[in-house]
Design a protein around this ligand. Structure first.
Ligand SMILES: [Zn+2]
Length: 317
């Protein structure tokens, strides 16, 4: 079973002369109501809405699986060169699976999409947020169940088909404290048996695929399967159906239950099983404050910005 792309018109814009037409088609053909609201705002030129960063920065603190080395930024040139201008260029080394990243379906299933093969319409679309943080505070090994989704649907209505489903376990608030976030701060293969954090139950993964035809699923823990998992069944269920997973998401505490758009674009590694991901959410917001925020050009820095600091409140939870 290898379902093809869904909402395949996203990104196929035939008339480059009409931005308004393109956005309207984008919204109506592929994105549903959340996309319509966001895209109508964009097409009107009034506002792009509020943009939430769902991505943790990559640095030496970034959490990786206990068997991985972590992110390394190898400093290259940094400073004024002989010709008199400033120049900076570094190198980085990273495992595919660490920090905010995507699992491509081939991560746990042969003959499924590698990260470069995932159609863009799996990575851009209307999204919902299921908040199970109370359950996960009581049980750090909680597996999000079909009944958790049914509870959400009683409050918010049916999860629209072809949604990106985000799960807020609340564990994002522990980042980058490895012991609190993973259940252990030990490294190496023996530490894997000591992992404790919530994940998605494989029955719920099957339900999301069969009953709601989801585009993708993501959460604020290190794995779509909960920490004690040995068989990684939810990974296997999702990836057999070519449904990608986003892990270690940030900023989920800033999202509403529904009515927003997610754009989650990974590094395009040919043949890769996953990779670093820049994920954002776009919320429709027509408030005067929001319009001012997007219509005023950002200030041009006259002094060097403080290094390593996020410029806004959009940082990790
Ligand atoms: Zn992964």
């Amino acid at each position: 079973m290898a379902p093809g792309p869904i909402g395949g018109r996203v990104g196929v814009f035939v008339d480059p002369s009409s931005a308004r037409f393109r956005f309207a088609r984008f919204a109506l053909s592929a994105l549903g109501l959340a996309g319509v609201a966001v895209c109508a705002a964009v097409a009107s030129g009034e506002s792009v809405g509020r943009i939430i960063d769902l991505t943790h920065a990559f640095d030496s603190e970034t959490i990786f699986w206990p068997t991985e080395e972590g992110f390394v930024l190898e400093k290259g040139t940094e400073g004024v060169v002989d010709q008199g201008y400033y120049y900076a260029a570094h190198r980085f080394c990273t495992a595919e699976h660490g920090g905010t990243h995507i699992d491509a379906p081939i991560h746990f299933h042969a003959d499924r999409w590698t990260v470069d093969q995932i159609p863009l319409d799996r990575l851009v679309g209307p999204a919902i947020l299921v908040d199970v943080s109370e359950r996960c505070a009581e049980d750090p090994d909680h597996r999000v169940s079909v009944s958790d989704f049914e509870t959400w649907e009683k409050q918010h209505g049916r999860i629209p088909d072809a949604s990106i489903v985000l799960i807020r376990t609340g564990f994002g608030r522990f980042w980058p404290d490895r012991k609190a976030y993973l259940g252990t701060d030990e490294r190496g293969a023996p530490a894997v048996a000591k992992l404790h954090f919530p994940g998605l139950h494989s029955d719920a993964a099957r339900w999301l695929i069969a009953e709601r035809q989801i585009r993708a699923v993501g959460l604020d823990t290190a794995s779509i399967d909960h920490g004690p998992s040995k068989q990684f069944e939810s990974h296997r269920v999702l990836f057999e159906a070519n449904v990608p997973a986003f892990e270690n998401l940030a900023g989920l505490d800033e999202l509403p239950a529904s009515g927003f758009l997610v754009v989650a674009l990974p590094i395009k590694i040919r043949g890769g099983s996953g990779g670093p991901l820049r994920a954002i959410a776009i919320l429709p917001d027509d408030s005067a404050e929001s319009r001012a925020a997007v219509s005023d050009p950002p200030p041009r820095p006259t002094d060097p910005a403080p290094r390593g600091e996020a410029p806004t409140h959009y940082g990790p939870s």
